[in-house]
Design a protein around this ligand. Structure first.
Ligand SMILES: Cc1cc2nc3c(=O)[nH]c(=O)nc-3n(C[C@H](O)[C@H](O)[C@H](O)COP(=O)(O)OP(=O)(O)OC[C@H]3O[C@@H](n4cnc5c(N)ncnc54)[C@H](O)[C@@H]3O)c2cc1C
Length: 315
């Protein structure tokens, strides 16, 4: 299959890129990947996507984005790209799971990222019902309640501080007795009276009700051999924020595109352009900072406009 603008990923970045590319009459192709709709397809309430006074559901929002992109003239393919060939220049070649080849005069990478989870069964059960990986997205739901943040790096520190705007108390649960976060963030966390650290503990289980599904507490297990004085405990909380990092979906591009130390694709300043002309990266795949649907959508728009200019200049 050949097209002018080939888009990998069907999250907010991918669909917005497709919408703009289709409206520029470039008949884009979107390869949806294993998670059609991206990360928002696994969440429930979304209250911060502009344009909706009522609470909307993540999967519904993604269906709307897909429908809009299709109506504008996007072709949609269900495949998972397992190999890319960029070194020969345009057209760029992407190979699907079953061996199908897709040729794009330009390529927009919108493969997103995945939050890291603890891997507990109870965590999966309550995901979207008290267990979250995004304080910016879900903190508002816990006004006046006690919550826990799990992790010890910059993300955990930032999430804990942000949550103090809403929660009555924020329990910070960390496996070690010192945070890995930058010193300035650590100081802010430790000075904040609303944040209660629980050192040398890990989450053993998320506890909650079934009807309605919701978190009521977390059971903590002491790490180490007990010499550090930490004991098992149960914390009554309404929300648990897992803040142990994100993994950008960039394995395909290792050694082919510049990435930062955490695997996020690097682009030119104020641009989605990678170092290969005609290849663009938009959304969470290149953004370790904001990680929001609206910023991903904004970058999808930028990528499509930049791809369109590249094609127009060549013509
Ligand atoms: C539980 C949860 C709740 C959230 N709530 C909110 C919220 O309320 N508000 C908000 O603004 N943000 C929220 N976020 C963050 C938001 O979902 C992300 O910032 C946004 O989805 C990023 O969009 P994206 O298009 O960059 O990538 P993603 O949404 O991550 O989409 C990536 C896409 O790439 C595809 N893909 C990956 N690899 C391949 C491949 N090899 N071949 C083809 N396709 C591939 C996947 O199938 C997927 O469709 C939430 C995130 C989570 C996890």
């Amino acid at each position: 299959m050949k097209c002018e603008i080939l888009i990998l990923g069907s999250g907010p970045a991918g669909w917005t890129a497709a919408l703009y590319a289709a409206r520029a009459n470039r008949r884009p192709v979107v390869v949806r990947g294993l998670q059609p709709g991206g990360q928002l397809s696994i969440t429930t309430d979304v209250e911060n996507y502009p344009g909706f006074a009522e609470v909307i559901q993540g999967p519904w929002l993604m269906e709307q984005m897909e429908a809009q992109a299709r109506t504008a003239g996007t072709e949609v393919i269900d495949d998972l790209i397992t190999e890319v060939r960029l070194e020969q220049g345009t057209p760029f070649v992407c190979v699907g799971d079953g061996g199908a080849e897709y040729y794009g005069e330009t390529l927009i990478i919108a493969t997103g990222a995945q939050a890291r989870w603890l891997g507990l069964e109870s965590e999966t059960k309550f995901r979207g019902h008290g267990v979250s990986a995004c304080a910016t997205c879900d903190g508002f739901f816990f006004r006046g309640m006690e919550v826990a943040v799990v992790g010890g790096g910059n993300t955990a520190a930032e999430e804990a501080l942000f949550l103090t705007n809403f929660a009555s108390r924020v329990h910070l649960v960390h496996r070690r007795d010192v945070m890995r976060a930058e010193k300035v963030l650590q100081d802010r966390v430790l000075r904040n009276e609303k944040i209660v650290p629980h050192w040398n503990r890990e989450v053993a289980e998320v506890l909650g009700d079934n009807e309605p599904l919701g978190v009521t507490a977390i059971r903590l297990r002491a790490t180490g051999d007990g010499a550090n004085g930490a004991a098992d405990e149960t914390l009554p909380v309404a929300g648990v924020f897992i803040a142990i990092g994100h993994d950008p979906a960039t394995g395909l591009f290792k050694g082919k595109l510049k990435m930062d130390a955490h695997g996020y694709i690097q682009t030119a300043p104020d641009s989605t352009a990678t170092e290969i002309r005609g290849v663009y990266a938009a959304g969470d795949v290149r953004d370790a900072v904001y990680r929001q649907a609206v910023t991903a959508a904004g970058m999808g728009c930028m990528a499509a406009l930049e791809a369109e200019r590249f094609l127009a200049e060549r013509e």
